[in-house]
Design a protein around this ligand. Sequence first.
Ligand SMILES: Nc1nc2c(ncn2[C@@H]2O[C@H](COP(=O)(O)OP(=O)(O)OP(=O)(O)O)[C@@H](O)[C@H]2O)c(=O)[nH]1
Ligand SMILES: [Mg+2]
Length: 394
Amino acid sequence: MNYFSIEVDNISELKTKLYDEIRRRNISADRVFILAKKPIRKKGFLGIGAKTVYQVWFQILDSQGDSDGRTQTQLKSNNYSAGEYEAKKENDATSSLYKEIDTIKKMLQDVMVDNKKVREIAYSYIKNKESNFEKIKEKMLEKDFPIGFITKILEKVDNEFSEDEKQNFFFIYSKIRDTIAEGIKVTSTDIIINKKPKIVMLVGPTGVGKTTTLVKLALQWGALKKNKFMFFSLDKYRAGASYQLKSFAEIFKVPMVIIKDKETLVNSLQDFGKDNDIIFVDTAGTSPKNTMTINDLNEHIKIMRKYDVFISLVMSAVTKYKDMLDIINRYGVLNYSNIILTKIDETTTYGSSVAALYESGVPLSFVTNGQRVEKDIMSIKPVDLLQMALDDVV
Ligand SMILES: Nc1nc2c(ncn2[C@@H]2O[C@H](COP(=O)(O)OP(=O)(O)OP(=O)(O)O)[C@@H](O)[C@H]2O)c(=O)[nH]1
Ligand SMILES: [Mg+2]
């Protein structure tokens, strides 16, 4: 018994090559049977032009017959004339060979189709994943998320979820939204007065809305909750600033004291502390141009520390990301416990604010969205903030 193999690039070549081989070997087609077939990976020169070919193995039965009984003798046992027999033999042999070739052809085609499918799936996965990530990245950049932050979040998502999940744009979007939201802390916006007086103090750069927000809080926590309250102004440098607060104090019919120095602060706390549930303290915006420095402010805060102090850093949502981080750092010495994000009505891009909150880990207490004292302040859930920040990304 002999064997031979034929290598083909594709199954359509097989028939021609097989008949060439049969002719070359001068054997009858009915002695040839297919034994096995397998794909072989052929290396190209220096790895260039590598390809898969199919190797098909054939068995040549010897002319005396074979154990499977497919012999000429058997064929001869039928009563055919010599001519009929030769024709029949040729037909039978050819048809059985064709059948097997058809079977192989189908199998090989299936293999090829499967390979193609795998390639297509892999390609569409890479394409989808890259395009989804690229799409989200672009959208987040448009929303003012800093590039370093985007990269970090995308890497986090990339590592945490399965390849299948990452092909789905909605899935990536909601995971990114939730991942960032989970990294943003919030603090209770309810006032808790453990010890009287509670001191509520807002600090931050100039013009961010400290005085306006302080008045909004005085309305919420003071007037509406029927707590007895008053104002201190540490903004002694600008006459106008004190008038601004003074006019609100008059509307509320509560006292306002301008704190000129540390001594005035000590005395005023003694004088007014006992009678008030809350003292709302307005501060001057501290900037390099301003005369009140963070250290000045800290000296005053040290005096207030023997009371129950609630200090918020006020930051405008229109501030650039790097400046936000700088502000968060610089004011850190004052040990503020939360951030109030103001002027969210003045921008439609919240990427910088979200990234700054996420990166700093400082809890968010309130957001303010306008100049109206009685209305424009609220608490917000991180996931809602993210919804706003990623608005129309999907
Ligand atoms: N659109 C909008 N404007 C606001 C908001 N909060 C405050 N403002 C306005 O911003 C301007 C500055 O507000 P202030 O409260 O005086 O800011 P400040 O931080 O006390 O400023 P300085 O005392 O100068 O440091 C005012 O015109 C406010 O009406 C807000 O949430 N949205
Ligand atoms: Mg002010």
